[in-house]
Structures are given as C-alpha cells and as structure tokens.
Design a protein around this ligand. Structure first.
Ligand SMILES: Cc1ncc(COP(=O)(O)O)c(C=O)c1O
Length: 383
C-alpha cells in the first residue's frame, strides 16, 4: 500500500440513496446534488461520474474553485449552481461557463450588472431571499430595487432561480420558524411573479427539507448529506424509520475508510503508551500502530476514546492520537500482524463503525467529520 489509508466509495449505495431521495422529492422536481466541500469529503472528481451514472445532471457547489473542478471534468455541464462565494473577479468566469450562482447582496447584483454588460452570455442568477435564517439573502425592503435592476437589464440577467435556505428543518423544535419561512418564501415568489419576474426554479429544500417538509419543496431540491447515506439528524431518522417499524435503514453509507497495521509491539504492565501519561497499561499488552492520525482527519479527541476494526473486532484507540499515527490495543487478538486490514469507518465481518458512531465518540456531526477527510487520501470506486 503506497498511501497510509484509502477510501472506498460504493456505487450501489450512492445510487440507492439518490433514488430514495428523488422519490421523496417527488416527480417533476429538479434534483440538484450538493457536492460542495469536496462532495462532503467523498472526492468531487471520483464521485462525479458515479453521480452522473445515477442520472443526476444538476450539481450544487459553494465556490468558484469547486465549480472549476467540476467544469474541468465535465466541460459541458450547464446545470452547475454556485450557492456561495463568487469573487467579483470570477463573475465573468461563471457567466462565460454557464454556471448559475446565488446573488444575495446589492453589491453583488451591481457587480453582475456591470460585468454582465461585457460578456456575450447572460448571467444565470438565483436571487436569494432572506426569510428567517438571517445569514445571506435580500431583505424585503431591498426587493423593489432588485427587481428594478434585473428588469432594467434584460440583456444581462437571466432569472434562473428564487431561493432561500431553511434554518433547521432537521428538528421539530424549529417547526414554526421553518413554516414561517416557507410562507414568507411563497409570498415573495408570488410578489416577484406579479412584478413580471418569474424564475425557472424556486428552491428552498436541503435533505431535511425534502424529508420533513415534502409538500413544500417547490421546483428544485438541493440535497447533500442524504445522498451520501446519512440522515440530517437522528430525529429525522427516527421519524422516517417510524421508531422501529421500518427495520432496515433505507440510506446506505457510501464511504468506507481503511488502513493497515504498521507495527506491533509488546508492552509490559504499568507503562505509559504514546505521548504523555493519558494511557497506562494495566496488563501485559500488545499494541499496534496505524499510520493515520489527526493530520488525516482522525480527530485528536478520539484519543483514548475511538475504536477501529481489526480481525472483525472492535479494538480501542489508546493514548493520544498523533499527527500521523494512532495506537490501538490488540492484546485480545491473537495473530495480529503488520499489513492486517484496519477499518476506521465501515464494516469488517459482522461489525461496523459508522460515521455517526465515529462522530458520537467525539461529539462531532457527520457533516463535520466527512468534510475533514483530506483530499490526498486516495478514493476507489467499488460496485
Ligand atoms: C444553501 C444550501 N443548500 C443545501 C445544502 C445541503 O444541505 P444537506 O447536506 O443538509 O442536504 C446546504 C448545506 O449546507 C446549503 O448550505
């Protein structure tokens, strides 16, 4: 093995999740797969062909740099949507390359107006509306001016979308806030219509929106985490599995992360292991090192806390996780040797370490854990 660890991506799982979420979104609703943050850590370049094989032709990213990565592989991708950062210097790139993008401030709208006068194509814009998230988006008192600028420059603007983002559709505690957002969004869309500015797509729903507010997804959905086999929250999972009525999780993990044993050592009873004094052997122990540490996305908070799989058994991480290595206790596994497979996320025999259990060990969410997996770990596609 050249690299210290590798990631496997399951085509079957990805396809399963996409079809499940597409069904939830409903017929006639455009399905945009969110592949920002390196496709939630899975790897944009590796995943893109798999996503296309699953019938997806609309991708959402956060920034121009991510859009460029997609564009490099798929030059003729038109349905590419940038939901976040577009520096003024790159507006022209977005327009020329048919990438649509969110416009959420007057500065950006005016910059597009100015730059769009020089480009041959029109700018495909999604006007983001502030409906209650209070993050990005035009407030209502700005909308007359927005409409004036867009209508006054029909050679520059193409109204690709009207959109907003829900502030926590994954939890019932936010129900009222989210419903208020939906009503506000609906009213604002009607107002844009009455002003003669209809858009191609109205969109509001992320994974939790699709799963928990299926009657309010409008024309396009921007689905991220669930494509990768994860529920946006445990609460959403419980609601959909009807507290146990549905025995099998309909979402399947796409990613597995594996490494191998680098060395095996015997350590006497009463010795400290790894840096410092956080772990003291309480018996004659056999410890092994795995060449993955916090520098590879295996969080330091998993020191004396995490588990990995070896020989189909869960074994504990002992001592502090180092930059490039962790130490595991394999005393109870006879015959463990160098090069034996170590599963950090995934299955081995009958046992599994899921990303969520991995996350539970250190209180981080699926989202955070996945997106911390570095680009340089090689990804392999499996059936
Ligand atoms: C604007 C926007 N839309 C959609 C998504 C996708 O969300 P999820 O991964 O929960 O489906 C995100 C994620 O952060 C987002 O910021």
């Amino acid at each position: 093995m050249l690299h210290t660890s590798y990631i496997e991506l399951s085509k079957r799982a990805l396809n399963n999740n996409i079809q499940f979420m597409k069904n939830k979104a409903g017929r006639g609703v455009k399905y945009s797969m969110v592949i920002k943050a390196n496709a939630y850590g899975h790897g944009i370049e590796d995943l893109l062909p798999m996503i296309e094989d699953a019938g997806i032709d609309h991708f959402s990213v956060f920034s121009v740099t991510e859009a460029m990565r997609v564009h490099k592989i798929k030059k003729d991708v038109c349905d590419l949507m940038i939901m976040g950062f577009v520096d003024d210097d790159y507006i022209e790139w977005a327009i020329d390359n048919d990438a649509s993008f969110f416009v959420f401030s007057m500065d950006r709208l005016k910059a597009v107006k100015q730059i769009g006068k020089k480009t041959k194509k029109r700018a495909k814009v999604h006007i983001e509306l502030e409906t209650g998230m209070h993050r990005t988006g035009f407030c209502q008192d700005q909308l007359e001016e927005v409409v004036g600028i867009i209508k006054g420059n029909p050679d520059v603007f193409e109204m690709e979308g009207l959109c907003t983002h829900l502030a926590g559709a994954d939890s019932i505690t936010n129900y009222k806030r989210v419903m208020d957002q939906i009503v506000t969004f609906q009213d604002l869309c009607s107002w844009f219509n009455s002003e003669g500015l209809a858009s191609r797509y109205r969109h509001i729903a992320c994974s939790a929106g699709v799963l928990n507010f299926p009657d309010h997804v409008f024309d396009l959905v921007r689905v991220g985490i669930s494509n990768y086999g994860f529920w946006p929250s445990n609460e959403t999972k419980m609601m959909h599995m009807r507290n146990g009525d549905i025995p099998e999780d309909p979402l399947k993990r796409v990613l597995s992360w594996k490494s191998e044993i680098m060395s095996v050592n015997n350590v006497a009873e009463g010795k400290y292991v790894s840096y410092g004094t956080s772990y003291l052997t309480n018996r004659r122990s056999k410890i092994a090192t795995v060449p993955v540490g916090y520098g590879y996305g295996f969080n330091r908070t998993l020191s004396n806390n995490g588990h990995v799989l070896v020989h189909g058994k869960r074994v504990p991480v002992v001592g502090t996780v180092n930059m490039n290595m962790m130490v595991i206790d394999v005393t109870d596994l006879p015959g463990v040797k160098v090069n034996d497979e170590v599963v950090l996320i995934g299955e081995q025999g009958d046992v599994e370490i899921s990303v969520s259990s991995f996350g539970d060990m250190n209180n981080s969410m699926n989202y955070e854990l996945l997106t911390r997996l570095p680009d340089h770990i090689p990804r392999y596609v499996i059936a």
